[in-house]
Design a protein around this ligand. Structure first.
Ligand code: SF4
Length: 131
C-alpha cells in the first residue's frame, strides 16, 4: 500500500513550498486560501457582490466603502483599483468551507485564485500542507 505523502509547507517561507502538480489540491488543507486575495471589479461582479450596473456607474471607492462596511473586503487600493478580500480571524478566506477546506464559490472564484500557483509568490510552487 502506498504511504500518504506528508508535507508541511510554511506559508511564509516560499523555499519550503512544493512544486505544483495535478491532483495536489485533493490532499491539501487549502493553505493558499489563507493568503490575502487581491481582486478587481470584474471579479466582484462574477462573485455576485457587485452588479453590472453598479460596476459601470458607481465610483470604485464608493463600492469599496459599501463592501468594507459589510466586511466583504478588508482593503481597497484606490490608485490600482484593487480590492483585498476579507479573511476570518484565523486567516481563512471567508469563502472557504472550514470543514471540507474547499472553496464554496469555486465556479465564481476570482482570477487570483484561478491563476494560483502559476502566478503567485513563487510561480508553479504552492504552500502544500497535509494538515
Ligand atoms: S475565493 Fe475560493 S479559491 Fe479563492 S481564496 Fe477564497 S476559498 Fe480559496
Amino acid at each position: 500500500m502506498q504511504k500518504p505523502v506528508i508535507h508541511l509547507s510554511d506559508l511564509d517561507r516560499t523555499g519550503t513550498w512544493l512544486k505544483y502538480r495535478n491532483g495536489l489540491c485533493n490532499s491539501c488543507m487549502a493553505t493558499c486560501c489563507t493568503m490575502p486575495v487581491e481582486v478587481k471589479l470584474g471579479d466582484l461582479v462574477r462573485m455576485n457582490l457587485v452588479d453590472a450596473f453598479e460596476a459601470e456607474n458607481i465610483p470604485a471607492k464608493d463600492i469599496a466603502k459599501r463592501l468594507t462596511k459589510t466586511k466583504v473586503i478588508a482593503q481597497f487600493n484606490f490608485k490600482q483599483r484593487i480590492f483585498t478580500l476579507a479573511r476570518r480571524a484565523n486567516g481563512d478566506c471567508t469563502y472557504l468551507n472550514a470543514d471540507t477546506r474547499r472553496c464554496t464559490i469555486y465556479d465564481q472564484r476570482p482570477n487570483t485564485c484561478r491563476n494560483h500557483p502559476r502566478i503567485g509568490p513563487r510561480p508553479d510552487f504552492c504552500a502544500y500542507r497535509t494538515k
